[in-house]
Every structure is written in structure tokens, then in C-alpha cells.
Design a protein around this ligand. Structure first.
Ligand SMILES: Cc1cc2nc3c(=O)[nH]c(=O)nc-3n(C[C@H](O)[C@H](O)[C@H](O)COP(=O)(O)OP(=O)(O)OC[C@H]3O[C@@H](n4cnc5c(N)ncnc54)[C@H](O)[C@@H]3O)c2cc1C
Ligand code: FES
Length: 283
């Protein structure tokens, strides 16, 4: 905060920092990965890996919430996986390397990494839902010895619709990490279950009473999977998800994201299953 004309002038929390698109990777037919770097590169040094999402501005079009798939191999940039769904996401999909966007964040409560230590971990990402869970996967694999067995399930309509296909293959080579695929349509590219994620759960050899899970999928699927995990012996408070709703400010001021008694941007977007059940039925 700096002094100005005798009063205090606050930093403008709504003012985005300019970032440059360094690379664009086509993940699937409708999802692109954008590698962004702050124009002022020193800002990357201040990022402490907290928070769960950023607000990305396409200047002249609008601002959207996008999860942070932080990568330890890219300390001076961010990666965002963005699915084309409407006005702003279409606009960013039409941008090119060298174009500039705005970044505000990080915002929101992330996954409770410390609570997962010394436990078996199950992580499920469906479609673009692998993006919000990727930082947790990378962090757990960086400190592999601190966790029990790790199972990661990637799910999509087809193998081609999966994001982070190369990561999934390289993670499968890490000791005591099991990668499973649940796809709607069969594929010859990997050994995959053609069907629901739920079908895979009973065969997982996890210590269910000492396991933590993350599920990022549609609310309907999260609930269906959680019900089956409860049947295996897991507690609702050990099952986490990152929920999506319409957001604006990202900092608990505008009320746009208020769902029931919760502000999704500050009370979430990460909730455990018991907290999720207290939200209105659309979640
Ligand atoms: C915390 C958080 C993290 C997110 N992380 C990612 C991510 O990593 N990658 C990604 O691709 N998307 C992510 N999203 C969703 C993304 O914010 C929306 O897809 C985006 O705002 C759509 O903007 P648009 O202008 O392109 O679409 P619009 O033109 O605004 O809308 C297109 C359609 O999508 C619906 N829609 C718009 N925003 C949302 C929303 N937030 N939730 C549900 N439905 C919506 C609209 O009702 C409409 O039907 C995240 C959302 C939140 C809240
Ligand atoms: S987005 Fe404004 S209060 Fe949550």
C-alpha cells in the first residue's frame, strides 16, 4: 500500500497482470494447454503454489476462472488447460503465441496436501477435470515416499479426449503408482476399461480406511463415485472435489458465486463430500 495525497491508496485487486502466451499445445479437439508467462517475469518468484484458480482476462472479451495446473518443470510460467465452451474460452482458443492476456490470482482454497500424507491416495479426473488435480499429482509424486499407494484414474469419452496423455504414461512408470483409464469407447492405445469409473473401484487394492480421494468430474458423477467409495469404507470427509460455478471477482466481494451459505471462490472451490452434500442439489 502506498501513501497518496495524505491518504492510503490501495493496490487495485481487480487489475490483472499482463501475461504473454509462450506456447499452445492442442490437448484434444476442444481443449488447449496454454503456457503463460508474466510480462514482468519476477512475479513468478512470488508465486507460492497456493490457491486453486486464476482469473484469466481476454482483453475486450471477458474474464474466466481457470484451475492452476502448476508444473514443477516450468517455474517461470503457468500452464492452463482450457476447454472451449463459450465466449471467453472461444476467444482464447483463437489466440496465438505472443498474444497477451491478463492474470489475477491465485484464488480459492486448494486441496489439503498435508492431510494426504501417510495415506493411500486415489485421484480421479474426468475430461478437463484432470487439470485441477494435476498439481496435487505432481506434488505427491515429487514426495512419493511420504504417501502410500497412489492410484490415478483418467476418464473421457475417447482416448483422444483425454488431456495429459503423456503425463499419464510417464506417471504409470513411477513405483507403486497405478494408472487406470475409464473411457466410453474402447481404444487400442492403452489398456482401458470401456465403461464407468465406478466399475474399477471394487478391484482397487487400497487401504480404504486410511485412504484419501480427489474426484474432479460432473457433480452427478462425483456423487455416484463417492457413494461407492463410502461403501468401500471411506469417510465423506476424506473425499475431495473442486467444484465449478459462475465466478466474477474471485475474492468474496461480488456475491456472484454464492451457493447456499458458501462463497465458492473463498470457501471453495475445493470441498469434501460431506460439505458438498450441504450445497444445493445442482452440486
Ligand atoms: C474454480 C474454477 C476452475 C475452473 N477451471 C477450469 C479449467 O481448468 N479449465 C476449463 O476449461 N474450465 C475451467 N473452469 C470453467 C470455466 O471457468 C468456464 O468454462 C468459463 O468460465 C466459460 O466461459 P465462456 O465465456 O467461454 O462461456 P460462457 O459463454 O460464459 O458460457 C458457455 C456455457 O458454459 C456455462 N458456464 C460458463 N461458466 C461456467 C462455470 N464456471 N461453471 C459451469 N458452467 C459454466 C454457461 O452457463 C453456458 O452454458 C473453471 C471454473 C471454476 C469456477
Ligand atoms: S466470485 Fe465474487 S464473491 Fe465469489
Amino acid at each position: 500500500m502506498e501513501k497518496h495525497n495524505g491518504g492510503e491508496r490501495c493496490e487495485n485487486i481487480y487489475l490483472p497482470q499482463v501475461a504473454v502466451i509462450k506456447e499452445i499445445i492442442e490437448e484434444t479437439r476442444n481443449i488447449k494447454r496454454f503456457i503463460l508467462q508474466y510480462e514482468d517475469k519476477s512475479l513468478h518468484e512470488e508465486y507460492k503454489r497456493d490457491g486453486q484458480f486464476f482469473e484469466i482476462t481476454v482483453f475486450g472479451v471477458g474474464e474466466i476462472a481457470i484451475s492452476i495446473p502448476y508444473s514443477p518443470s516450468r517455474k517461470d510460467s503457468f500452464e492452463f488447460c482450457i476447454k472451449k465452451t463459450g465466449k471467453v474460452t472461444n476467444a482464447i482458443h483463437n489466440m496465438k503465441v505472443g498474444d497477451k492476456v491478463g492474470l489475477r490470482g491465485p484464488f480459492g482454497k486448494g486441496f489439503p496436501y498435508e492431510e494426504f500424507k501417510k495415506r493411500d491416495v486415489l485421484i480421479i479426473g474426468s475430461g478437463v477435470g484432470l487439470a485441477p488435480v494435476r498439481p496435487m499429482i505432481l506434488r505427491i509424486l515429487e514426495n512419493r515416499e511420504e504417501f502410500g499407494k497412489v492410484v490415478i484414474i483418467g476418464s473421457a469419452l475417447t482416448y483422444e479426449d483425454l488431456i495429459y496423455k503423456e503425463d499419464l504414461i510417464s506417471w504409470s512408470k513411477v513405483e507403486d503408482v497405478e494408472i487406470l483409464y475409464a473411457l466410453n469407447k474402447p481404444t487400442s492405445k492403452v489398456a482401458a476399461h470401456a465403461g464407468y469409473i465406478n466399475d474399477l473401484l471394487t478391484d482397487l487394492e487400497l487401504d480404504w480406511s486410511n485412504s484419501s480421494a480427489i474426484i474432479c468430474a460432473s457433480p452427478r458423477r462425483i456423487k455416484a463415485i463417492s457413494k461407492d467409495l463410502l461403501k468401500q469404507g471411506m469417510k465423506g470427509t476424506d473425499i475431495y472435489t473442486s467444484l465449478e460455478t459462475h465466478m466474477r471477482c474471485g475474492i468474496g466481494k461480488c456475491g456472484h458465486c454464492k451457493v447456499g451459505s458458501k462463497y465458492m471462490c473463498v470457501d471453495g472451490p475445493v470441498f469434501n463430500y460431506e460439505e458438498m452434500l450441504e450445497l444445493p442439489p445442482e452440486f
